[in-house]
Write a protein that binds this ligand. Structure first.
Ligand code: VG1
Ligand code: CO
Length: 543
């Protein structure tokens, strides 16, 4: 089988965003589109000849076609061994786990995460480095540069491989190993979580529902919750991955996982509810009668992680993305460990985890993870929660309320304005930027602005600087409004507005989040002119 060099031309706009390249499926279906981006990835890397590459995706539409293309190109470009999940499936955290467990050079993950799938849905490609984490900006910038200049790619003339049959097949000079997508991940979870305690918990009548949203986590959740831990059959719902996620958004929030939310708030709710997204890296946590915000969940897991065997020796530090609420900072402070504030996107946690500065990380967008892999990990968060519930023997709601009494409550909401016209969104951000120096000391309504900036981050490990990561407006009473544009959307622009207010008084811990934040929500509109500039009176999604 000989290597074939194919002539090609650059495509416009193959720029990796917050989490890789994301576009509509028909964009990826254009001849040479996948090939160009994958060749640009390989052209940005050095020293991989004969090394191992991990390949897998969340099972969405176009997953299998893209994988066959990538396998041929990886072999043609000189990788020696390629590991691919059976059926082309690997959840994002499992891909990270396999890269680390097998000492791979890196991995390619096919996913558009929580975005809808199907012929008119979204698709995505992301490169992860040898630590198992998303490529840092240095590499994603190089990939983008290559996509703009490339003229050829390398492939093999070879038939499609059988992705169903576990075992080794030859592809040119490379071997391709189809692996069980769950095995390495399950082995890792056994080392972190007290499986015996969880078996006892379920045997004692504890009941939960896990909604896999017809996405990548289904096989993992079934194998672990129902298989290993003895939760009753039917605990995992929507557990079969489908190319179009059954026509739903595999986004575990209160809009798209409403059925789960309603179940958990109603009479006869099980003890615990959880859901995960398209590629299995996000988590939604709902106790009986209480939705736990991702920011609170991060803080609670940080405060209780020592109850699980993997974290019994304590945490080294806690990191959160800038828009995530400050709840976890309070826990870190009490524990006397480091806390870090990074830009949005998991790639910024990699160095802190590698350097042993942070053990647990999280984002307000339903992402929580630890140093066990280098991606956020939905099912891990659920298992750690279960471990905490088993160890404390209290309902989730009681644990959360006790946490607020001890640390205070960070009321928090995110308002998303999706598919806003790009020019209007950019103008809104530019206008805010232009006022950054005037805002401090001024009053908006009843509130006094204390500080305002465009968040910039200097990585404490390698000194790299990332600018323009979102506009922060801080008020004298500690409240905060953050504005940023999404880097994962595929149509127009998405404006995200993050609103937070700290409430130390336990007597005010039961108030309605939207109601208590209403004055700040009004100020957010006044400051940025959201309604006037975008024509939107209401956000498309509130989380
Ligand atoms: C969003 C979230 C961010 C997350 C990213 C990838 O990015 O806000 O916190 O890391 O998605 O998550 P943005 O740029 O649209 O705000 V996933 O589950 O897509 O890998
Ligand atoms: Co995801």
């Amino acid at each position: 089988m000989s290597v074939r060099v194919v002539q090609t031309k650059p495509f416009e706009g193959q720029k990796p965003g917050t989490s890789g390249l994301r576009k509509k499926v028909p964009v990826f279906q254009q001849p040479n589109y996948v090939e160009n981006f994958v060749q640009a990835i390989f052209d940005s890397l050095e020293g991989f000849a004969g090394q191992t590459l991990v390949v897998g995706g969340d099972g969405r539409y176009h997953n299998r076609e893209a994988i066959q293309t990538i396998l041929r190109m990886a072999a043609a470009n000189g990788f020696g061994r390629i590991l691919v999940g059976q059926g082309g499936l690997l959840s994002t955290p499992a891909a990270s786990c396999v890269i680390r467990a097998k000492g791979a050079f890196g991995g390619i993950i096919l996913s558009a995460s929580h975005n809808p799938g199907g012929p008119h849905g979204d698709f995505g490609i992301k490169y992860n480095i040898g630590n198992g984490g998303p490529a840092p900006e240095k590499i994603t910038d190089a990939i983008f540069a290559h996509t703009q200049t490339m003229r050829e790619y390398k492939t093999l003339d070879a038939p499609d491989l059988d992705l169903e049959r576990i075992g080794t097949q030859q592809l040119g000079d490379a071997t391709v190993e189809v692996i069980d997508p769950v095995a390495d991940y399950l082995a890792l979870m056994r080392t972190l979580i007290d499986f015996d305690a969880l078996r006892k918990l379920f045997a004692g009548g504890f009941r939960m529902r896990f909604d896999a949203m017809h996405a990548a986590t289904g096989p993992y959740a079934k194998a672990i919750l129902e298989g290993e831990l003895g939760a009753p059959a039917g605990t995992v719902v929507n557990g079969t991955p489908l190319p179009d996620f059954g026509g739903h958004h595999p986004d575990p929030n209160l809009v798209h996982a409403k059925e789960l939310y309603d179940l958990m708030m109603g009479a006869g709710a099980p003890d615990f509810g959880a859901a995960s997204d398209g590629d299995g890296d996000r988590n939604l946590i709902i106790g009986r009668g209480i939705f736990i915000t991702p920011s609170d969940s991060l803080a609670l897991l940080a405060a209780n992680a020592h109850l699980a065997p993997g974290y019994a020796r304590g945490l080294k530090g806690v990191a959160r993305s800038m828009p995530t609420s400050g709840a976890s900072d309070r826990v870190a402070e009490k524990l006397g460990i480091g806390s870090y504030e990074t830009p949005t996107g998991w790639k910024f946690f990699g160095n802190l985890l590698d350097a042993g500065m942070a053990t647990i990380c999280g984002e307000e967008s339903a992402g929580t993870g630890s140093d066990h892999v280098r991606e956020k990990d939905g099912l891990w968060a659920v298992l750690l929660w279960l471990n905490v519930l088993a160890a404390r023997g209290e309902p989730a709601k009681d644990i959360v309320q006790a946490h607020w009494r001890e640390y205070g409550r960070n009321y928090y909401t995110r308002h998303d304005y999706e598919e806003v016209e790009s020019d209007a969104a950019n103008a809104l951000m530019a206008a805010l930027r232009a006022r950054l120096t005037d805002l401090p000391g001024s009053r908006v309504g009843d509130a006094e602005v204390k500080a305002a900036d465009d968040f910039a981050y200097t990585d404490p490990v390698d000194g790299s600087v990332s600018r323009s990561q979102g506009i922060r407006v801080l008020f004298a009473d500690g409240s905060r409004i953050v504005y940023r544009l999404s880097g994962t959307g595929t149509a127009g622009a998405t404006l995200r507005v993050y609103i937070e207010r700290f409430e130390p008084d336990p007597a005010r811990h039961d108030e309605d989040t939207q109601a208590i934040l209403r004055p700040l929500i009004t100020i957010a509109d006044q400051l940025a002119g959201i309604r006037a500039r975008t024509g939107r009176g209401e956000p498309s999604v509130i989380t």
